[in-house]
Design a protein around this ligand. Structure first.
Ligand code: IPM
Ligand code: MG
Length: 351
């Protein structure tokens, strides 16, 4: 098939890990006879340096034209002052919003070969395979903000349709997995959560009677995620809770460097990025873990291009690389750590 892919490597380790994922996509295209065209554009701190804006209009236009977007990471120490009005992070928020990417799929899958990389005991991690679906374009992230000398506020708003589309996606995906759906909220305190819970219950009862639904408060969920992670299948939650819960969930596989993500909207166009950041402390040293970005490329093949066989080939190649002991520094290698290139090459060799 023919596909046009926007490549936005961004800052820090972004370009290093994206290069490895691109090589994998090229290999898949060659092997399976696809014609992928790649167009690269600046985003984040590097775009601010070049144009003043974290998401230049040309970059947004490219993202809108493309069939899918492969994204690296953004952020740089020189722009890390949280009081700055324009920050690199704005670019990813604008992209999500402008492209209508309201559902963020964040799988946390434990790979048997690296169970010891997790801070949790291996017996807790056996068979852990969680898919968190984080609502991505609503809630407190995008509500009205105010600021005076002495006070500040962030408004959190959810509408019924915004919740309905997340439950439906969660229900459909749960059906294809272990048939369990956990909705996470704070309905004992927040009105938005009470709305969330009632919509989830109604839609699940009417349309997903075959899916086992339970509700959990966010505070309890953070605890159960560590105490009995194997019990979770698909988790749906609002934007801010999902942001926090997925960083926590990344410690089940053992590293942010193993966690890919897909941000999807109504059509097939999606944005694919590792959930880790730009890691300026290790940028330019060639030691970042590229697996999360490579696994994000697999999600791109699956969700935007419908190439399931090719997606599985990449995922199997990553598992193979891990099983043969190719570990970057974040995975607590027993011997010497693999470099970014070596980890990428180990995946490529298996494609
Ligand atoms: C993430 C990040 C972003 C978020 C930041 C960079 C704005 O933490 O993708 O999880 O909070 O959504
Ligand atoms: Mg986050």
């Amino acid at each position: 098939m023919k596909a046009h892919l926007a490549v936005l490597p961004g800052d820090g380790i972004g370009p290093e890990v994206v290069a490895e994922a691109l090589a994998c996509l090229q290999a898949v295209a060659a092997r399976h006879g696809h014609d992928f065209r790649f167009d690269e554009a600046p985003v984040g701190a590097c775009a601010m340096d070049a144009t003043g804006a974290p998401l230049p209009p040309a970059t947004l236009a490219l993202a809108k034209r493309a069939d899918a977007i492969l994204f690296g990471a953004i952020g740089a120490p020189k722009y890390s002052d949280p009081s700055l009005m324009v920050r690199p992070e704005l670019a990813i928020l604008q992209l999500r919003r402008e492209l209508g990417l309201y559902a963020n799929l964040r799988p946390a899958t434990c790979f048997r070969a690296v169970l010891d990389a997790s801070p949790l005991r291996p017996e807790l991690l056996e068979g852990v395979d969680i898919l968190v679906i984080r609502e991505l374009t609503g809630g407190i992230y995008f509500g009205e903000k105010t600021r005076t000398e002495t006070s500040a506020s962030d408004l959190c708003v959810y509408t019924v349709p915004e919740v309905e589309r997340i439950v439906r996606l969660g229900g459909r995906l749960a059906r294809g997995r272990r048939g369990k759906l956990t909705s996470v909220d704070k309905a004992n305190v927040l009105e938005t959560s009470r709305l969330w819970r009632s919509v989830v219950s109604r839609v699940a009862a009417a349309e997903f009677a075959d899916v086992a639904l339970d509700h959990m408060y966010i505070d309890a969920a953070t605890m159960h995620l560590l105490r009995r992670p194997a019990d979770f299948d698909v988790v749906i939650t609002e934007n801010m809770f999902g942001d926090i819960l997925t960083d926590e969930a990344s410690m089940l596989p053992g590293s942010l460097g193993l966690c890919p993500s897909a941000s999807l909207g109504d059509g097939t166009r999606g944005l694919y990025e590792p959930i880790h950041g730009s890691a300026p402390d290790i940028a330019g040293r060639g030691i970042a873990n590229p697996y999360a970005t490579i696994l994000s490329a697999a999600l791109l093949l699956r969700h935007s291009l419908g190439l399931e066989r090719e997606a599985q080939a990449i995922e199997a190649a990553v598992v193979g690389a891990l099983e043969s002991g190719v570990r970057t520094a974040d995975l607590r290698p027993t011997g010497t750590a693999a470099t970014t290139r070596e980890a990428g090459a180990a995946v490529l060799a298996r494609l």
